[in-house]
Design a protein. Structure first.
Length: 326
């Protein structure tokens, strides 16, 4: 005899799906566990003793937010808007993670100041303990939201076929398998050595190409071959949103490769592209992949040869799609 079950709220839906799938994404269990007995999300707020959200429910809720939007709009006259709307959902997680990061940094500064001035008094020690709880709580919340952002970004990639990236700033999380890091943040972090997450350690492979390219497989095969030789590689690209760089970004997301997207510094005017090439070469890359494009790619190719960096050069005529047509 069939037994009917009434579903009253989302948590019951999540429990039902979890019972059938039981395949949590790596990182959620870690991000949503807590070692804190109490937490506080604001200096003037009361301490909380409730638990963190259930990891599986958080994962499913995040995925459903993005995937359901694509499902609802698929096959309709506004289907093309789905990636733009879903981008905003992922970005909302990213913005909240950034806000929590800033709040945690300020809380950490207060902990440092209180620890420096500690005189053993009961009042000051109580204030120090409260500040530590706040800082730890914000760090905990930031990791959880960043994990949700990463899963939302992965769902966006699966639905749209394109990797999600923020308009500006870094996308950094200890739970990510692939991160898009804004070049300015990357360079500043390397100079100041202020955070390991902002300074990925590993051999750098430079990638640059034009905005017009059809043969995706040719480039992904080249990237696969480089990663087979250099498993811990960091890929540095010229951050264009279509053509060769977009292909490389999608490959990095699929393969779990750290990606550094070097955008143009428009303040430099006509020199911006050449300055970016100099920044790429300043990373002392172990290999380079340069595809035919504009004069900037030609300049980068010349510099790569001059520095004797092992390189792979691809011309538009090398594309197998072109040869097939011919």
């Amino acid at each position: 005899m069939n037994t009917k079950r009434t579903i009253r709220d989302f948590s019951e839906i999540a429990d039902l799906i979890a019972a059938e799938t039981l395949t949590p994404v790596d990182g959620f269990s870690t991000a949503f566990e807590t070692g804190l007995d109490t937490s506080r999300m604001g200096a003037c707020e009361e301490e909380l003793t409730c638990d963190m959200p259930d990891a599986m429910q958080a994962q499913l809720a995040t995925e459903m937010l993005v995937a359901t939007l694509f499902d609802v709009l698929r096959g309709t006259r506004i289907e093309s808007l789905a990636p733009r709307l879903a981008w905003g959902i992922v970005n909302s997680f990213h913005k909240v993670a950034e806000q929590l990061d800033g709040e945690a940094d300020r809380a950490a500064m207060k902990v440092r100041d209180l620890a420096r001035d500690a005189d053993g008094s009961e009042v000051l020690m109580s204030e120090l303990e409260d500040a530590q709880v706040l800082c730890q709580s914000l760090d905990e919340a930031r990791e959880a939201v960043a994990c949700m952002r990463d899963h939302a970004a992965a769902t966006y990639l699966a639905e749209s076929g394109r990797p999600w990236s923020s308009v500006r700033g870094s996308l950094v999380s200890s739970k990510r398998t692939a991160s898009v890091i804004a070049a300015q943040d990357f360079l500043a972090a390397r100079r100041m050595r202020k955070a390991e997450a902002h300074a990925p350690q590993g051999p750098v492979v430079v990638f640059s190409g034009g905005q017009v390219w059809e043969d995706h497989e040719l480039l992904t095969e080249a990237l696969d071959a480089v990663k087979a030789r250099v498993p811990n590689m960091v890929l540095a690209t010229t951050a264009q949103d279509k053509g060769c760089d977009a292909i490389a970004a999608a490959w990095a997301a699929r393969s779990g490769t750290m990606l550094i997207a070097f955008t143009l510094d428009r303040r430099l005017g006509k020199r911006a592209g050449f300055a970016r090439n100099e920044q790429l070469l300043g990373l002392r890359p172990v290999e380079a992949i340069v595809c035919e494009g504009s004069g900037l790619q030609s300049h980068l190719a010349r510099e790569v040869r001059a520095k004797r960096i092992p390189a792979h050069f691809f011309a538009l005529k090398d594309q197998r799609t072109n040869r097939a047509v011919a």
